[in-house]
Design a protein around this ligand. Structure first.
Ligand SMILES: [Zn+2]
Length: 143
């Protein structure tokens, strides 16, 4: 799912949360988490290609969100989700931040598993774990 689609879905759910009486702080934490974690696509691209050409980075992921070269997307990982779960011990807004990350990852996972063409999925080098990424591709991210 593209960033603006994550934002729209997050905004709709946040508006429902506010209408349901959940605090604005929690709704904003949910909204922010639901789309801002996609920044790791750009960070991963910049680290991999030593470039901050956002247009090329966008093209890299456009359409299928699966890189054909291994690029670590740290916020799209089980480890980051667990980290946000631990942060949720700090308070309600943090818990909604965790829910926003969880929703984003769930949508991306479902999209990859069920709506991404198989030939692209097979070529993709996406990892849902930071640890498994480094075990598979090494520190340099090379195969
Ligand atoms: Zn994503």
């Amino acid at each position: 799912m593209k960033v603006h689609e994550h934002f729209i879905l997050g905004a709709v759910i946040s508006a429902i949360m506010i209408a349901a009486g959940i605090g604005i702080e929690s709704a904003l934490a949910f909204l922010a988490a639901s789309f801002l974690i996609d920044i790791d696509h750009l960070i991963g691209y910049a680290l991999k290609f030593k470039s901050i050409d956002w247009k090329k980075a966008k093209k890299q992921f456009e359409g299928h969100e699966l890189a054909e070269v291994p690029i670590l997307k740290a916020f799209h990982s089980v480890e980051f989700l667990v980290f946000t779960l631990v942060l949720s011990l700090l308070g309600t807004a943090w818990f909604f931040l965790f829910l926003g990350v969880g929703l984003h990852l769930a949508i991306d996972f479902v999209q990859q598993q069920f709506f991404c063409p198989e030939q692209i999925r097979k070529k993709g080098k996406r990892s849902w774990s930071i640890v498994l990424f480094f075990l598979k591709y090494g520190r340099s991210g090379a195969e």
